[in-house]
Design a protein around this ligand. Sequence first.
Ligand code: HDD
Length: 700
Amino acid sequence: MEGASNDKQRQLDSYRIARDQGHLTTQQGVRVDGTDDAVKVGDRGPTLLSDFHAREKLTHFDHERIPERVVHARGAGAYGRFRPYAGWLGKFTTARFLADPTVETPVFVRFSTVAGSRGSADTVRDIRGFATKFYTAEGNYDLVGNNVPVFFIQDGIKFPDFVHAVKPEPHNEIPQAASAHDTLWDFVSLQPETLHAIMWLMSDRALPRSYRMMQGFGVHTFRLIDADGQATFVKFHWRPKLGAHSLLWEECQQIAGHDPDFHRRDLWDSIAAGQYPEWELGVQLVPEHREFEFEFDLLDATKLIPEEQIPVRPVGSMVLDRNPDNFFAETEQVAFHTANLVPGIDFTDDPLLQLRNFSYLDTQLIRLGGPNFAQLPINRPVAEVRHHQRDGYGQHTIPQGQAAYTENSLGGGCPALADEGTFRHYPEPLYGAPVRARGAKFHEYYRQPRMFWRSMSGPEADHIVAAFAFELGKLTRPVIRERVVEHLARIDADLAVRVAAELGLAVPDALAPAADGIVSPALSQLSLHGTGIATRKIAVLVADGVDADGLRRVRTQLTARGAVVETLAPHGGSVRAQGANGQTLAVDRALATVSSVLYDGVLVAGGPEAADALGGDGAAVHFVLEAFKHAKPIGAFGDGTALLRLIGLPGPAQTELGAVNGVVVTSCAGREVPGRFADMFAELLAGHRVWQRVTHAVPA
Ligand code: HDD
């Protein structure tokens, strides 16, 4: 197969160094017989400069750090492959990796948060980066997107202002990786162009359950170019096979303490377990002649094209199937650039994109220390590279020959200019005087935030109100809060009334035209449910005297569907099985080391002695109550149901098999636990949360 996805891995193999063999050496390859004591004058005297090993070791250490990314510093990456489904997109683009189903293209994807430093927690409220490097046979193509389809500002010149507003404040460098502070909201209150992206930031989209369960968007309108040089506008969408799911804000805050690497670990673990995450690439296509048909400007990155207006057509699928070997060499040194284009794709004049095309190359120069970063293994194209660029820090290739210029005769005129397979800029006719200005339609700021708000399901809308209440409630200057609520009133009266009530503010006059009721159901995450429960994490509470047969039966059924089932007990090691046969059951985690927020659903195993022990264990009781509060599916079999009764969960009465309120119980035990029990639990889990459950009074 052409462009096979292992081309990149084969290239990387020549750089991989096994460290589980051989001898310790210096950087010069000299073997070392001791590395714990520097060479001294006598065993208590001063250290000698002649100990070149000690000096080299420390010098390298002193230089280990490079500047973190100015935004998107915190991330996780993985390799994979992309393959188009069928050739239909070939009508619109010459980019073979998008249109030729016989071509499989290796990719590296880096997911990230935006505002936090390298060491910040994964589960903060933030947009997530979704950057994909396609190592195509025609050169590298980078799709540097986010998990939301719109951006905060319209023109790249404002990017430093926006980032300075959202980052920790300059005088005290507080708060880390958080948007709930005065400078961001001061900026927002004075820049209504931010409002649409702010609505997404306040929504569940900013709290993904997993990198594997979020959408990705190219955000800008790009161009596809066909074989005749004709252009079609395009927006790129990634849709996760597992569905799009989110955490609750309270969970996010707790996970930040329990497991700050929650998203990194989740991606790593699922790939390591062979549960490869998958996304479908889709495109929205707009013929050039329809450019001005929309009520917004296609070049405005703060607007999206509703899917109901221009449907997303599936193009191909991407699977991530290999973890990096070395975080720094691969995930940290990967350098994305919006201007890494291949023939068949081009920019538009989107003013945000135009300056991105400057910024990414520029930032890599400082971050990666010079102009040769494209030679780093992770950044090397699999396509042939040959040019006359010379020298610079970190030159890793040995360009041969005397002539480093075009035209030359000394090098036989090589490398030659190509006349096919080349990138040619789309010949867009351009005219106009230089002005600092934006297109007229850029100046409408409220309609799409309103569409977003009115497209939310009940729980999603509740979460948005709570998010505004939290973020604005943290501000130290009331006037900023008031200015933001005034903007909300222009978006939607109900939104403003609800947020104002939470903040104890006067309700501003509603300014939104009530009749303007555009709704796009595709914007609700409820429209993005995946199927099944693969990789969902289920906690099973067990204790000494557990009904091991019942547990085995339920666990087998759930793991057969791809779920990850872990047993948690009041102590580590193992628990005794019910009965006198001396069986034990391994405990995956002690309750003290975990929390319900790290799981998607909870089961309570049976066995009278185990149920008693769990009922008397505050950590176990809290675990179940908290999962209930977070609208997670709960299940119990046999005597495990006693625990639910003990803590007064509003589930079904003791019954052979039943489910109420997202709580599934069966009084059956051992091999009698009905197959339907696991089925019903799995159905709830596939629905992610039991939103109809009323939880505000749960004290956990
Ligand atoms: Fe950006 C990194 C996504 C606007 C300037 N950006 C960066 C990354 C992602 C995005 C995913 C991390 C890439 C990685 O994993 O290494 N950025 C976006 C999206 C935008 C956007 C979807 C709007 C549609 N960015 C944007 C603007 C500018 C930048 C308007 C400047 C004019 N972005 C950068 C940067 C970064 C970056 C400073 C920091 C680290 C890097 O590039 O490599 O150049």
